[in-house]
Design a binder for this molecule. Structure first.
Ligand SMILES: N[C@H](CCC[C@H](N)C(=O)O)C(=O)O
Length: 257
């Protein structure tokens, strides 16, 4: 049976998108998800996202990493899903949807999506990194030679090493560019390579940098391989609330297989 697939990208983090409101997609077929995301034998993407109906909200998000396994929240994927929902006529310019980490509000205007992320009330600080969960787990550490280092090998060692082990974490390398700007490169769990951008990752970097005092700003610019993102937040009694991930989400193509 032919199926229609869409492709979106948010600052180079790219996704196969499927309108699964009729529940036709086989969610247990890990091999098929992995094949669809394969950059040689399939469509090619960092992940695959289902848009599904929801009784109480505009839609539901189901996210799979390129390895074929369902995973935790994807910030750039959430932003792309909002643009996809608008393209399908499911929403106009605002929405509320449910994802694996809870409810998300979002606004879309001229292709720029503002996605509210979960509150963050715990940041663990270590000697050379911080660890926090922004809907997905993130290890964040400074890297001065950020433009030219072996992110795939160094990232994988951290992702599979103690204390993360098989379950793993995403790994973000950061260089401060200005009081309100950081360069970020991310090794993503479940892609097992660098992605050109990671939405929950830059959210973790922005909050982590504020937490350790590297910035006092609450609107932060993140320069990633695939473009520019912004993160805005409020700090209330040490917790990070009203957290928003802001950036472009672009339609790439629609096809059938
Ligand atoms: N690979 C991540 C999920 C996708 C995160 C990333 N694509 C984003 O934009 O947040 C994980 O398994 O934790």
């Amino acid at each position: 049976m032919q199926q229609t697939f869409y492709k979106y990208q948010g600052t180079g983090n790219d996704f196969v998108m499927i309108d699964n409101r009729q529940q036709t997609f086989d969610k247990n077929n890990t091999k098929r998800v992995n094949w669809l995301c394969d950059r040689r034998f399939g469509i090619g993407a960092d992940g695959l996202i289902l848009l599904e109906n929801h009784d109480d909200y505009d839609f539901k998000m189901v996210y799979y990493n390129a390895d074929g396994n369902e995973s935790t929240m994807c910030g750039n994927g959430g932003r792309c899903l909002v643009a996809f929902a608008q393209q399908l006529g499911v929403i106009e310019n605002e929405c509320t949807f449910e994802a694996i980490d809870g409810l998300h509000h979002a606004k879309i205007n001229d292709g720029i999506v503002e996605l509210q992320m979960q509150d963050v009330d715990k940041v663990e600080q270590f000697s050379n990194h911080v660890f926090l969960n922004t809907g997905s787990p993130h290890h964040v550490q400074f890297e001065n030679k950020i433009e030219g280092f072996d992110i795939k090998n160094i990232g994988a060692k951290i992702r599979y090493g103690q204390p993360y082990n098989q379950e793993g974490t995403n790994v973000n390398f950061v260089k401060k560019m200005a009081d309100d700007a950081f360069r970020v490169r991310t090794y993503e769990r479940g892609v097992e390579d660098e992605t050109l951008s990671c939405g929950t990752g830059v959210t973790a970097v922005a909050i982590g940098m504020h937490y350790i005092g590297e910035t006092e700003k609450n609107l932060i610019n993140l320069n990633v391989e695939g473009g520019k993102l912004q993160v805005r937040f409020d700090v209330e009694n040490g917790a990070y609330k009203n957290v928003w991930l802001i950036g472009p989400a672009k339609f790439v193509f629609k096809g059938t297989i």
